[in-house]
Design a protein around this ligand. Sequence first.
Ligand code: HEC
Length: 202
Amino acid sequence: MRNASHTLFFAAVAASATLLSSCDVGLPAGRTPHREGNRLDMGDQLKLKPQRKDLFGTRPTGLMEPQPGTVAVGETPYPYAQNEADKAGAELKNPLEPTPAVLAHGKFVYENVCIACHGPKGAGDGTVTALFPKPPSLMTQKVREWPDGQLFHRPMRGQNSMPSHARQVDQHDAWSVVLWIREMEKSEPVAPETAPSPGGKS
Ligand code: HEC
């Protein structure tokens, strides 16, 4: 009797499993074998994955190109390409005056963003230079003679091994930091120019 009821039970399980796997309820089957038939697997839902190509394999679907002519909220377009530092220097004018508030902000930005590489006084002796290419001093005669716009251009676009900092500092931050570098120039001695780090000309 016991054996008979067991047999009946297993037969019922087998029958319902066959029934379930054969009936198509219109949902996609699991993409991996162990998910087969698991209709509630959230991993199988249709969704945009930022790094995954779209159906035609052309471009990542989650990263749509901005529509031409549109600007993200809070973003100010910066029209100069990386190799246009001279042009930026000739055309851009620092919109800020070195008021105590602006200098305090420039110091704050410098000491939060630039100091790790450029060092507390711009000498290029920041703590990460033990591992990262050592930047040249910001106190050289060359940099002192750069117009503000050319100095502003570096955090916006980067230079050789220095990446762009446009995601960390906005344009107000960058103009303030330029004025803070000018302020440091007043008390720091002129530093000799050193060869640029490996990776290209400065
Ligand atoms: C991750 C390290 C790093 C950070 C952070 C960094 N820089 Fe640099 N910076 C460098 C390196 C390295 C160079 C030299 C690049 C080269 O070889 O041309 C450089 C070059 C420069 C130059 C050009 C100097 C010259 O004589 O050519 C300026 C100006 C400058 N940085 C400003 C800034 C400012 C302002 C900030 C902060 C907003 C900043 N950097 C943050 C690493 C950094």
